[in-house]
Write a protein that binds this ligand. Structure first.
Ligand SMILES: Nc1ncnc2c1ncn2[C@@H]1O[C@H](COP(=O)(O)OP(=O)(O)O)[C@@H](O)[C@H]1O
Ligand SMILES: N[C@@H](CCOP(=O)(O)O)C(=O)O
Length: 291
């Protein structure tokens, strides 16, 4: 038996669609695996009623196949599904690390990233690696088709989750398929600014680099109260605010001492729009770990 704690993650960070991701210090999923003749899955915890235990529809079964490691897999969800905090990726990363160790497959964490990303394809239709990369490696990650890069960083964050779920599969359908050269230039500048900010653990620079006018506006339009939450977070001291992953979560970066105020402001703004929301005051955190 192996047990892994795997973190929530926030992908895209505005300017890094399908590329950037950060691990959050909490919430986390706990994944337990035990050798078995064939794979069975048991899910408990946050939003468990919305998560299929049928292996063909759960993100972790692809891992058991890819690692040739049939197992009874117990997932205790801390990361609510369809929230924009990489819920499916937390389970996939946790299962990948646990099965790799249980069956002594010897893959490095970097090598497990594309394997875990196949689990994402089961639920979102695309093997995007921008959640599983930080879930496995921690810190800030840049996932490209040529591999994954990661750096340790220390940035205060607030993740605010409105109740109404948004499926990643559906939210991918509103992403534009083309951009202008002007939009490309601006996006490159913002993404580079954000990367430098992460390298320096500088929340102000990270916040500036989160700006995005290509993907984020279409995603934001799916989230009731988004504009008000952004404005409230900024008034409370946030340096940058964007859609977390495919939403409905909203991610704010702020000075450490402003997290409580930013969290309260966002929750209140959603409430004013008739949306229940909860906020996590968190930091960039570590990747999945055996416990
Ligand atoms: N182990 C899992 N954990 C979370 N969601 C899962 C899992 N396996 C399958 N799913 C399905 O994936 C969807 C949530 O994934 P997704 O839409 O990408 O959002 P999230 O940002 O939470 O990962 C839900 O439909 C859920 O039922
Ligand atoms: N790059 C993906 C990220 C999805 O993140 P999730 O946390 O919503 O699953 C996308 O934007 O579709």
């Amino acid at each position: 038996m192996r047990t892994v704690r795997a973190p929530a993650t926030s992908a895209n960070l505005g300017s890094g669609y399908d590329t950037f991701g950060v691990a959050l210090s909490h919430p986390t999923d706990i994944v337990r695996v035990e050798r078995a003749d064939h794979t069975t899955i048991e899910v408990t915890g946050a939003g468990a009623q919305f998560i299929p235990e049928d292996p063909d529809r759960n993100t972790v079964d692809a891992l058991a196949d890819a690692l040739d490691g049939p197992a009874h897999i117990e997932i205790d969800k801390g990361v609510r599904p369809a929230s924009g905090l990489g819920s499916s990726a937390a389970s996939a990363a946790g299962a990948a690390l646990a099965l790799n160790d249980l069956y002594d497959r010897g893959y490095s964490r970097e090598e497990l990233v594309p394997i875990a990303a196949e689990g994402e394809a089961v639920v979102s239709g695309a093997a995007h690696a921008d959640n599983v990369a930080p879930a496995l490696l921690g810190g800030f990650t840049i996932a490209t088709e040529n591999g994954v890069r990661s750096i340790e960083t220390n940035v205060p964050l607030v993740a605010c989750l409105p109740e109404e779920p948004i499926s990643t599969r559906e939210a991918r359908e509103v992403v534009p398929t083309h951009l202008t050269i002007e939009e490309l230039v601006t996006t490159v500048g913002n993404a580079a600014t954000l990367s430098v900010g992460m390298c320096r653990s500088d929340p102000e620079l990270v916040g500036a680099g989160m700006a995005d006018e290509v993907v984020t506006p279409n995603r934001a339009a799916l989230i009731t109260g988004y504009e008000d939450a952004v404005e409230a977070a900024r008034e409370a001291g946030a340096h940058g605010v964007t859609v977390s992953g495919s939403g409905p979560g909203v991610l704010a970066v702020c000075p450490a001492g402003r997290r409580r105020a930013v969290a309260a402001a966002m929750v209140e703004a959603f409430a004013d729009n008739g949306e229940d929301a909860r906020a996590y005051r968190t930091w960039t955190g570590n990747g999945a770990e055996l416990v």
